[in-house]
Ligand binder design. Structure first.
Ligand code: NAP
Length: 509
């Protein structure tokens, strides 16, 4: 690679070839030049899906070592293009360079983690019931069970993670690790970033000799691309990260197919945070300041943004609220990922303005692609009656809900919909209240935290980034961490098969 600026050619990648199309759309960068990209079409989606299915007959039967080498090669090819990825990523999303660099490390780390995970082989959940030919009254056959890849997977990335939840992000890494070819629907907020990452994957395909149809990127431009992709008969599952509205529309299409397929949608969440009474008294100021930092990090554009804080009425709660308000006043306007997201933030904020029993603690105005923090306060009864107050506002907006006592805090906790995370701030004296809240929160969220903020999501074996609807469309799954590979696997039982016939994944386990 040279040090020249990266200029996207704007083509789709289909089975190893860059493919142009007549219609173009223009990117809308936060800064720097806009570029033209080919608009995706259902016909291009079909070509990519056919190539993915063809590749599956080889790739789905490759060895775990071959797939691990491929994943590591993708990580290396991404690193080779690191500076250019940061440059185009910053331009398209407005995110700072340090964030893009950190996210690149997370992306390559994820790919390498999956490489070592599949080399180890434990994820296959291999089981063997040895034949019992003498068993009475009936003999038992030899039974072996192993998790097998499901076939071509469609991936939709999110605007707020142009690398870690996009073209070569967690869904793609998990699917490729499992043995599933991937067709990515490029996000229209960062098409150039998608292109250069696809180029890195193409480089890895050429280096390792896996079939070219294992990966395709179809740029968007029009909604019919995503719709055609989830409805394509050769697609076996969908990994989606994005909004509740977009996710729900595509989920419904998957369910309405003649042959329905699983739609693993990771959607939005308000991530409630409960400040228990002893913690509020001892550390209200500190927790309030920390919360303000968490809801404004990255302009609040995190699915794990803890947008709602629950704390008792009274002096300790007032200290928390004034600390949060003061800290938020110091945070200026920040650039949002797209004009549309900035506009949606203002619309979300307008749901709180002038509403009965909802007090603005910090009300700001912003325009264009920027957003500044807003903070509101209400009581538990109002919140529980007004569904609109519980909908995610994607951006730096906080809502404090004041409760009258511990019983009302529990009642409120029961009232929340499914969440990616739920947090408790507690001290030693809060143990009995925490014991009552925990069983409620465990039923609501994929991850329950104590004395922290949920905005950082560790990529690890134990991570669960999912939760009951509407946090995700499949509460048994996670989109982050090694457990996410299970979404793209299916158990198959092999009865009385000679070893020579068994898939290569059985080797050395
Ligand atoms: P988005 O607007 O839903 O877009 C996601 C993708 O879906 C894009 O490729 C988009 O296409 C496509 N899409 C959306 N609606 C569609 C429809 N009706 N038909 C066909 N395709 C459709 O989400 P986003 O703005 O990128 O991301 C922000 C949201 O994601 C926030 O709500 C955030 O909380 C959530 N999020 C969740 C997680 C998680 O893990 N749970 C992580 C990050 C973000 P276009 O490119 O054409 O728009």
């Amino acid at each position: 690679m040279t040090d020249e600026t990266f200029t996207p050619h704007g083509c789709h990648l289909i089975a190893g070839s860059w493919v142009d199309a007549e219609a173009r759309f223009s990117s809308d960068p936060a800064h720097g030049p806009a570029h033209d990209f080919s608009v995706g079409t259902p016909d291009l989606v079909d070509r990519a899906c056919v190539a993915a299915e063809e590749a599956f007959w080889t790739y789905g039967y490759s060895t775990r070592a071959e797939r691990a080498d491929f994943l590591e090669a993708i990580a290396e090819e991404i690193e080779k293009r690191g500076a250019k990825i940061t440059e185009i990523g910053c331009s398209e999303t407005g995110l700072p360079a340090a964030r893009l660099e950190g996210e690149r490390g997370r992306t390559t780390g994820q790919l390498r983690l999956f490489a070592s995970h599949i080399r180890d082989g434990a994820y296959l959940d291999f089981r063997h019931d040895v034949a019992l030919p003498e068993r009475a009254p009936l003999p038992r056959p030899d039974l072996k069970m192993v998790q097998r890849p499901i076939g071509p997977v469609a991936v939709f990335g999110a605007s707020n993670f142009p690398l870690a939840f996009s073209t070569a992000g967690g869904d793609t890494a998990a699917a490729l690790a499992a043995g599933c070819p991937v067709v990515v629907k490029g996000h229209s907020a960062h098409p150039g970033t998608g292109e250069i990452v696809a180029e890195a994957i193409k480089g890895a395909i050429e280096r390792t000799g896996v079939p070219a149809g294992v990966f395709s990127l179809i740029q968007g431009g029009k909604r019919d691309v995503g719709q055609a992709l989830v409805q394509h008969p050769l697609i076996r599952a969908v990994g989606f990260t994005g909004s509740l509205a977009g996710g729900r529309a595509l989920f419904d299409l998957c369910a309405a197919r003649p042959e329905p397929i699983p739609f693993f949608g990771e959607l939005g969440s308000v991530n409630p945070m409960f400040v228990l009474s002893h913690a509020a008294k001892a550390r209200g100021r500190e927790i309030g300041t920390g919360w303000a930092g968490s809801i404004t990090m990255g302009a609040g554009q995190f699915c794990t943004n803890p947008g709602i804080a629950v704390i008792a009425a009274g002096e300790a709660g007032d200290t928390f609220v004034s600390a949060a308000t003061e800290a938020l006043k110091d945070v200026g306007a920040q650039v949002m990922l797209t004009d549309g997201i900035a506009q949606a933030y203002r619309e979300g904020k307008s749901r709180f303005d002038g509403r009965n029993a909802v007090e603005p603690l910090l009300a700001t105005e912003s325009d264009g692609r920027s957003a500044s923090p807003n903070l509101y306060q209400t009581d538990a009864a109002t919140y529980m009656q007004d569904h609109a107050l519980g909908e995610e506002v994607f951006g730096p907006l906080g809502l404090v809900i004041r409760v009258s006592d511990e019983a009302e805090m529990e009642e409120l906790a029961r009232n929340f919909e499914g969440q990616l995370t739920a947090t408790m701030h507690l001290d030693d004296g809060d143990a009995s209240q925490a014991r009552k809240l925990l069983p409620i929160l465990e039923r609501k969220a994929g991850r329950v935290l104590v004395n922290g903020f949920p905005t950082g999501v560790e990529v690890a074996d134990t991570m669960v980034h999912g939760g009951p609807y509407p946090a995700s469309t499949n509460f048994g799954a996670t989109s982050v961490g090694t457990l996410s590979i299970r979404r793209f696997l299916r158990p198959v039982c092999f009865q009385n098969l000679p070893d020579a016939l068994l898939p290569s994944d059985f080797q050395s386990i």
